[in-house]
Design a protein around this ligand. Structure first.
Ligand code: URA
Length: 442
């Protein structure tokens, strides 16, 4: 047996670890034989020394095998198991629409999502705003809903990739989250344990992104596509823009309402539609359900026009304990804030830049996100009709509508929005929300 401290020493000194050394360390992490201090030292050594592709694949595979892996074989599903994952942003409710859209085209989407982190929103917190929706069903029910409806969006389970849960908690408090090797293994171990057959990764770039530069986003996008494909899960990454909120809504219930309006065709934010179709198109091509990504995008549009995607969403909500009529009665069923006020800029002008992180923090401050993991959130608060880059604001057009518990928090959010939005005289150049497409490295 090789001692954990010897494995840490090798990595500290810049050596390439073998798959069996990595496997031994992760086994110790799972059993508890590796101490918290050792796990932190390992993470810091990886942070500074990095990992080769072979090491990343070995780490991902070891973390995948640290718990249960879902075997879908016995269910004899008639289509591919697909998923989309995002590094997180503000007003990014793509999962809520894309999962039912894919299901309507014959794919099966077992989507395991996270809660909000820092300034970014979390799909689970959004779904928790639907009365009765169970984000923590047991594995049996999860499988049944995926089989019967074609999609189920739920939270992390205790049994999938437990090594990641332990390591992530330690990284979170030891300044070792921002390691491309560790992020890659963390995300992919959960995806591989879920038994997927195709994945599209949405790596954000811009003022609301978790990766600080386009180069860093590229590095992560390529690492994930390459390691996933190397581990047997065909994956493509898209780098998408987070220099303005993706949807015109940011919060929890307000983003569910925005998603329902999207699925019914009542209101579709243009950039959100573009990103949703681009991610879905890639996935359909990857899985062979479309010949090309543009053809996939056309099929996805059809699921909205026919009402099939909205119907899948409603069935998923009902199958997971929510109401049976969320599409028709969303505005009556979703929680509503006590106060809705307009947030006005100090002076009129054209929106030239947005500090998206600050917009996300305005939602957190309203009570729609968490400062600490144990905090409760208020599902009703948030922002709607958020101004976009190039919008002209003034006497007619505010920065946003603020949905708040009281006037004090509404005013605090307004101040944050005023600081987040820069207004000027010239219309800024708006770039395509899909910035780059990254394939696995050869
Ligand atoms: N999300 C994860 O699941 N893991 C990371 O390491 C970072 C983001």
């Amino acid at each position: 047996m090789i001692l954990p401290q010897e494995i840490i020493r090798l990595k500290r000194d810049g050596r390439e670890l073998t798959a069996s050394e990595i496997g031994a360390f992760i086994a110790g992490l799972t059993s508890g034989d590796v101490t918290e201090g050792q796990a932190a030292a390992f993470a810091m050594a990886v942070f500074f020394r990095g990992m080769t592709l072979a090491e990343r694949v070995a780490l991902t595979e070891a973390m995948t095998l640290s718990g249960t892996t879902i075997d879908w074989g016995p269910l004899d599903l008639a289509g591919p198991l697909l998923d989309k994952h995002s590094t997180g942003g503000v007003g990014d409710n793509v999962s809520l629409m894309l999962a039912p859209m894919l299901a309507a085209l014959g794919a099966f989407v077992p989507m395991i999502s996270g809660r909000g982190l820092g300034h970014t929103g979390g799909t689970l917190d959004k779904l928790d705003s639907i009365p009765g929706y169970d984000t923590k069903p047991d594995l049996l029910r999860f499988r049944q809903v995926v089989r019967d409806v074609g999609c189920a969006i739920i939270g992390q389970t205790e049994t999938l990739a437990p090594a990641d849960r332990r390591l992530y908690a330690i990284r979170d408090v030891t300044a070792t989250v921002e390691s491309v090797a560790l992020i890659t293994a963390s995300i992919l171990s959960k995806k591989l344990a879920a038994g997927l057959e195709g994945l599209v990764m949405d790596v954000k770039t811009g003022s609301g992104a978790f990766m600080p530069t386009l180069e860093a986003s590229r590095e992560l996008a390529e690492s994930i596509a390459t390691v996933a494909t190397g581990a047997g899960l065909p994956t493509v990454s898209l780098i998408t823009d987070m220099n303005e909120p993706l949807a015109s809504a940011a919060g929890n219930a307000v983003e569910v309402q925005n998603a329902i309006d999207f699925l019914t065709g009542k209101h579709q934010d243009a950039r959100l539609l573009k990103v949703t179709l681009a991610l879905g198109g890639e996935l359909l091509r990857l899985a062979g359900l479309a010949g090309t990504a543009p053809e996939g995008e056309m099929l996805l549009r059809g699921t909205i026009e026919s009402g099939a995607a909205a119907e899948r969403f409603e069935r998923m909500v009902a199958a997971l304990g929510g109401p049976t009529d969320i599409i028709a009665r969303a505005s009556a069923l979703l929680p509503r804030a006590g106060l809705v006020v307009e947030a006005w800029p100090e002076q009129g002008g054209i929106v030239t830049s947005v500090d998206v992180r600050a917009v996300g923090l305005a939602v957190v401050e309203l009570g729609g996100g968490r400062a600490r993991a144990s905090d409760a959130i208020d599902p009703s608060v948030g922002l709607t009709k958020l101004a976009a880059l190039g919008d002209e604001l003034g006497a007619e057009r505010p920065l946003a509508l603020v949905h708040a518990r009281d006037l004090t928090s509404a005013e605090a959010a307004t101040q944050r929005l005023r600081a987040a939005y820069r207004l000027g005289d010239e219309t800024p150049r708006r770039r395509d929300p899909v910035v780059e497409r990254i394939l696995p490295a050869q």
